[in-house]
Design a protein around this ligand. Structure first.
Ligand SMILES: CC(C)(COP(=O)(O)OP(=O)(O)OC[C@H]1O[C@@H](n2cnc3c(N)ncnc32)[C@H](O)[C@@H]1OP(=O)(O)O)[C@@H](O)C(=O)NCCC(=O)NCCS
Length: 179
């Protein structure tokens, strides 16, 4: 039995640990902490099973040059022992519903199209939308309200915290190579 709910203040450490154990580095765990501290963790849901937190999904604001704001899905993690049970799917579905309720009219994700297409995500380039990371068709978009997608608007930017963490990870790699 899995319960998906909005994060509570006491959940922060468990959320950090889920991401830290699910990704090769702690970048994603730090990203969630930084977004929360900046007030840009727009939607943050946890999945609870066996009385503990086993999954998490975050959405933060993304913008296009014209100033339209959408919801960017990242990151998402499910504890390894609980994978392939549909928990991530439940987090994505509930998360998108929460984004709509929060007033977001479109969403983006950078991920495997074979997975995200099942939620209705379509390739961003087909709508004239690109990302900062050269994701190509892995950069996908979803309209949450009819006619709301900012078509042909070009570059979609993630929150500032994504840039900061990308640069700090590059710096860490560079200093490791030098050292
Ligand atoms: C990706 C992840 C969140 C999926 O969690 P999950 O609860 O097992 O996902 P679901 O049960 O809803 O779906 C499982 C299926 O979808 C695939 N899938 C799920 N999320 C996926 C993703 N983001 N990209 C590609 N495939 C994915 C799984 O391989 C699996 O395939 P199968 O049905 O053919 O066996 C989990 O594997 C994880 O935490 N991985 C490490 C962190 C990560 O890579 N996050 C995604 C990038 S931000």
């Amino acid at each position: 039995m899995v319960l998906v709910r909005t994060e509570q203040p006491g959940d922060c450490r468990a959320i950090h640990e889920i991401h830290r154990h699910s990704f090769p580095t702690n970048i994603e765990a730090q990203l969630v902490d930084a977004l929360r501290a900046a007030g840009r963790l727009s939607v943050s849901l946890i999945a609870e099973a066996d009385q503990r937190i086993v999954g998490h999904i975050a959405f933060s604001p993304v913008t296009v040059t014209a100033g339209h704001v959408g919801a960017g899905l990242a990151p998402i993690s499910v504890e390894s022992a609980y994978r392939r049970l549909g928990i991530a799917a439940e987090l994505v579905t509930t998360g998108l519903r929460a984004c709509r309720a929060a007033g977001f009219t479109w969403a983006v994700v950078l991920g495997d199209p074979r997975y995200y297409s099942r939620f209705g995500f379509l390739p961003g380039p087909d709508f004239g939308l690109t990302d900062e990371y050269g994701g190509g068709t892995a950069f996908q978009v979803l309209e949450l309200a009819p006619g709301s997608l900012p078509r042909s608007a070009g570059l979609v930017r993630y929150a500032h915290e994504f840039q900061f963490l990308t640069e700090s990870s590059k710096a860490a790699v560079t200093s490791t190579k030098k050292g």
